[in-house]
Design a protein around this ligand. Structure first.
Ligand code: G3P
Length: 219
């Protein structure tokens, strides 16, 4: 399973990259705003800076919501760097735009996926990735992980090569359960990724090993 980091924070992207486990980056307008990145030139430079850190795909989301505007915006984003993936919202015009980008050889990530039907449409249009938002489904008392399972079944039934990019992952168990269910990618903030490192028995065991070594060495 691939690990993407879901942030526009350059320091956190670098930290995940330096850990050696980073396969890509996802951003969205909210994450860019959180870093204070506004204005076309700043946004463009920020995407370029992200592409310089990671070797993997970098999702850059269009702000437009009509077909013509999404095409113009997506083509401009795709030209920024070979690693840019155009992130397109799940809309009727978005599906048409994904089909257009697919035919042009431009990678896409269909975002704001909350149902298996939406994922199926995006896959039929040729999306490189679909992004089901598991945390936001959990937020409204539904089961985000069931959606990952359903999409996995549908894609496997028909051999769709569109990758399931589980998004809105909020904690380490989201990541582990997505891996169990066969998501191709999970994108998460840095904290849940680093939380996978931790286990109290690891800490206790290491403390004991080091104490025993010091004792045997007469320290
Ligand atoms: O990748 C989508 C993600 O940024 C949404 O996460 O936590 O805002 O639901 P969240």
């Amino acid at each position: 399973m691939k690990f993407f980091i879901d942030t526009a924070n350059l320091a956190q992207i670098k930290e995940a990259h330096d850990l050696g486990v980073l396969d890509g980056v996802t951003t969205n307008p909210s994450l860019m705003a959180k870093e204070g990145i506004t204005g076309e030139e700043n946004v463009i430079n920020h995407y370029k800076a992200i592409c310089e850190i990671t070797d993997g795909d970098v999702s850059a989301e269009v702000i437009s919501t009509t077909f013509e505007e999404m095409i113009a915006e997506g083509e401009a984003l795709a030209k920024l760097h070979e690693r840019i993936v155009v992130k397109v919202p799940m809309l009727k015009d978005g599906v048409k735009a994904i089909k257009y980008f697919t035919e042009k050889g431009i990678k896409t990530n269909c975002t704001l996926i909350f149902s298996a039907g939406q994922a199926l449409l995006a896959a039929k249009a040729g999306a490189t990735y679909v992004s089901p938002f598991i945390g936001r489904l959990d937020d409204i008392s539904t089961d985000g992980l069931t959606l990952i399972e359903d999409i996995r079944t549908i894609f496997d039934n028909y051999g769709y090569t569109t990758q399931i990019l589980a998004a809105s992952a909020r904690h380490p168990m989201h990541i582990i359960n997505c891996a169990k269910l066969g998501a191709d990618v999970v994108t998460a903030p840095l904290a849940p990724i680093l939380a996978l490192l931790k286990h109290p028995l690891t800490d206790n065991g290491l403390a004991q090993f080091l104490a025993d070594h010091a004792k045997a060495a007469g320290k």
